[in-house]
Write a protein that binds this ligand. Structure first.
Ligand SMILES: [Fe+2]
Length: 342
């Protein structure tokens, strides 16, 4: 299995991750054998990287802790919620709750799960995959912070809908240094808009709406919309702030290339305690694979391999040359990962 840039993807290879439309329809199923026309289609969807199987019967999972069924459902629900928000109509809270229950079930059934994929978002599907990722990360972090099941549910709903307010402002592909003061003021309003939509939904707790409001606040008061400091921020908002920043960092954006997960974690660690709560950053560090699935690494025995599975207890690799050899790395095993090569 490999994580490859589009330029290296060739006909005859097998897709290792299902490709969805933004409203949750399956466009290309996992294990599809790629033809030139499929590759053209993927190119038109503006994918830059994808997970690929070397052969048809590889079993490695590149779906990111939730099943394709739940991912499709989540994308469809977010699509509908954003449309409802644009039309100033109420969102379907019951559908959101059912979807979040599905995500919670999938994530919590694997006690040693880590957030373990390199990003494959495109500019067009950014908000859908970002919202799902922030939701999954927040659940993993909340679990590390010993939240109860009902608290995880409140947190997960707020994490999933944290950027709902962007429906009112549209998306910008401008680079950060190209934004006018007016653009920045406008973008920052998404926190208030999200709060306004969510606070009237009686099936959601107030904390859910509060996440939309506070997820850009920072410990030192340098965030927005209120410039609140750490002691005035709810724990859920602190969790989503860190999950949101991490997922944005590991994504390609209009203004910069994606960070590798190790770099993003180091950056967030550096920004705590000033911007982020250290215990929350620590929960993120415990929830994320430093060498996610698809990373090409150098092993302590000098060999090169690709990560094909990673949990908090072990990493399974596949030799680059002899692809039917699968060394395993544990915390105390003699074999260790030295560094990331690609
Ligand atoms: Fe946001």
């Amino acid at each position: 299995m490999r994580y490859l840039p589009l330029a290296k993807i060739d006909k005859g290879m097998f897709l290792a991750n299902t490709i969805f439309s933004n409203d949750g329809k399956i466009l290309l199923k996992k294990r599809t054998k790629l033809s030139p026309s499929y590759i053209k289609r993927i190119e038109n969807l503006r994918y830059t990287h994808l997970y690929i199987y070397n052969n048809e019967d590889e079993k490695w999972d590149c779906s990111g802790l939730i099943s394709d069924k739940i991912r499709a459902e989540a994308m469809a629900v977010l699509w509908d919620s954003l449309i409802s928000a644009v039309k100033r109509q109420p969102i379907n809270a019951n559908k959101v709750i059912i979807t979040i229950e599905g995500i919670l079930r999938d994530v919590l059934q694997r006690p040693d799960a880590l957030f373990n994929l390199i990003d494959t978002k495109t500019i067009e599907n950014y908000i859908y995959n970002h919202s799902i990722n922030v939701c999954i990360l927040s659940i993993l972090m909340g679990k590390k912070l010993e939240l109860e099941r009902e608290q995880l549910k409140e947190l997960a709903i707020g994490a999933f809908l944290h950027d709902l307010g962007t429906a009112y402002i549209g998306s910008s592909t401008k680079k950060i240094n190209e934004l006018s003061t007016q653009d920045t003021v406008q973008i920052r309003q998404h926190t208030k808009y999200g709060f306004e939509i969510l606070k009237y939904i009686s099936n959601f707790s107030f904390h859910t709406a509060n996440i939309a409001y506070q997820h850009h606040e920072r410990e030192d008061g340098s965030g927005y919309p209120m410039g609140l400091i750490g002691k005035d921020l709810h724990l859920y908002s602190k969790i989503v702030a860190v999950a949101d920043s991490y997922d944005a960092m590991i994504s390609d954006r209009a203004y910069r290339e994606a960070f590798w997960s190790g770099e993003a974690l180091a950056e967030l660690e550096q920004d705590s305690p000033l911007k982020y709560d250290p215990k929350v950053v620590d929960a993120l560090i415990q929830s994320v694979a430093v060498y996610p699935v698809g990373s090409v690494v150098l092993l302590s025995n000098g060999e090169q391999a690709v990560v094909v599975e990673v949990t908090s207890s072990k990493t399974i690799l596949q030799h680059l040359q002899t692809t039917d050899d699968f060394p395993e790395v544990y915390k105390d095993s003699e074999l260790q990962i030295e560094k990331r090569l690609a």
